[in-house]
Write a protein that binds this ligand. Structure first.
Ligand code: SAM
Ligand code: SF4
Length: 320
C-alpha cells in the first residue's frame, strides 16, 4: 500500500519484547526496565494477527527485533507461523547475538532468512563496558553458528560512538575483506532517556570515509535499504553507512513499526502512535488502524531542526 507521498510501505518491524539481556548505554537505563504485565504485551497470536493483516495490504518483509527478541519465549513458533503465511518473502531478525548459538539452527528451520547482529566493539573489556556486562565471546560464537546454520547474509550493525569505537573503524571494515559479511556503521540517534548521552557521543558517519579512504562505492541488493554501501578493494563483504542524522532517508522510508505493547509507529522519530491492540479481533477496526498507520506517516523526521526534541519512548521499547 502506498502512503500519501507515494512511498510503497511493504516493511513491518516488530518488537516482540521490551526486555533485554544487555543494558547498552545508548539504549537502556542501567537499572533495566520496569517489567510490563503480561496482559500489556501483545501475545504471539496477536502479533501474528497484525502481520497477517499487514500482509493483506502489501507488506512482504518483516524484521523481528526488541528489546532482545531471542529472550521472548515462543519466538521460533512465531517465525514458523509467519513463514507459513507465504506472503512474507523476507523474515529477518535483529539481535545482540548473545543467544544466537542456542537458537540459530531452530530459527533457520522455522523460516528465518537472515540476521543482523549488533556489535559495537571487538574488544572484550569495551564490550562488557558498553553493554554493562555482556560477553563478547558469546556474540562471536553466535555469529559463527548463524553462518553455519545458513542464516545469510549476516550483517553486523555497529553504532558509531565518538571516543569509544572510532578507533576500531579499520578493524570492523577489515571483517568484510575475507568473509561475505556486511558491516554497517549507524549514526547514534538521540532517543528516549539516553538522548543526552547520544548527543554527547555523536560523530557523523563521514568519519568512516575519512578514516578508510580506500573504500569504493558499491551498489546495494535492496534499493529501499537505508545504507549506502562501499567495498574494500577485493573485499568479499560490504561496508554500509546508515546516516539517519547527517543524511535522512525519509524519502524512501518503507517501514512501519509495531511495539511490544501494541502500538503502531509510522515513524521512529515521531511521538505519533496508534493503538492496534485495541483493534485486535475486529477485522474492520484492524484494517482501519493499519490504513491509518500508512496514511499518517510523516513526510520526514525533524531531528536536524534546532527546536526538535527527542521522542520519549526509549529505543529498547520501540524496536530499533
Ligand atoms: N537487542 C537487539 C540488538 O541490539 O540488536 C535488537 C534491538 S536494538 C534496540 C536494535 C538496534 O538499535 C541495535 O543495533 C542497536 O545498536 C540500535 N540502537 C539502539 N539505540 C540506538 C541509538 N540511540 N542510536 C542508534 N542506534 C541505536
Ligand atoms: Fe538490548 Fe539491543 Fe538495547 Fe543493547 S541495543 S540494550 S542489546 S535492546
Amino acid at each position: 500500500m502506498k502512503d500519501t507521498l507515494g512511498r510503497n510501505i511493504n516493511y513491518l518491524r516488530i518488537s516482540v519484547t521490551d526486555r533485554c539481556n544487555l543494558r547498552c548505554m545508548y539504549c537502556m537505563p542501567e537499572e533495566g526496565v520496569c517489567k510490563k504485565e503480561h496482559r500489556d504485551i501483545l501475545s504471539l497470536e496477536e502479533i501474528y494477527e497484525v502481520v497477517k493483516a499487514y500482509s493483506e495490504v502489501g507488506v512482504n518483509k518483516v524484521r523481528i527485533t526488541g528489546g532482545e527478541p531471542l529472550v521472548r519465549k515462543g519466538l521460533v513458533d512465531l517465525i514458523r507461523n509467519i513463514s507459513r503465511l507465504g506472503s512474507i518473502k523476507d523474515i529477518a531478525l535483529t539481535t545482540n547475538g548473545i543467544l544466537l548459538e542456542k537458537y540459530a539452527h531452530d530459527l533457520k528451520a522455522a523460516g528465518l532468512k537472515r540476521v543482523n547482529v549488533s556489535l559495537d566493539t571487538m574488544n572484550e573489556e569495551k564490550y562488557s563496558y558498553i553493554t554493562r556486562g555482556g560477553k563478547l565471546g558469546d556474540v562471536m560464537k553466535g555469529i559463527d553458528t548463524a553462518r553455519k546454520a545458513g542464516l545469510e547474509p549476516i550483517k553486523i550493525n555497529t553504532v558509531l560512538i565518538g571516543g569509544f569505537n572510532d578507533d576500531e573503524i579499520d578493524d570492523f571494515a577489515a571483517l568484510t575483506k575475507e568473509k561475505d559479511i556486511d558491516v554497517r556503521f549507524i549514526e547514534l540517534m538521540p532517543i528516549g532517556q539516553a538522548s543526552n548521552w547520544a548527543k554527547k557521543h555523536f560523530i557523523s558517519n563521514k568519519t568512516v570515509l575519512e578514516r578508510t579512504p580506500e573504500l569504493i562505492p558499491a551498489g546495494s541488493d535492496d534499493p529501499s535499504s537505508p545504507a549506502k554501501y562501499y567495498r574494500l578493494p577485493g573485499g568479499l563483504g560490504k561496508v554500509g553507512l546508515i546516516n539517519p542524522i547527517s543524511h535522512a532517508f525519509c524519502g524512501s522510508c518503507n517501514r512501519i513499526r509495531l511495539t511490544a505493547d501494541g502500538k503502531l509507529k509510522p515513524c521512529l522519530h515521531s511521538e505519533l502512535e496508534l493503538d492496534v491492540k485495541a483493534a485486535l479481533g475486529d477485522k474492520d477496526r484492524l484494517q482501519d488502524v493499519i490504513a491509518q498507520s500508512i496514511m499518517r506517516k510523516p513526510m520526514q523526521h525533524n531531528l536536524n531542526s534546532k527546536d526538535s526534541r527527542p521522542i520519549e519512548r526509549d529505543m529498547y521499547r520501540i524496536g530499533g
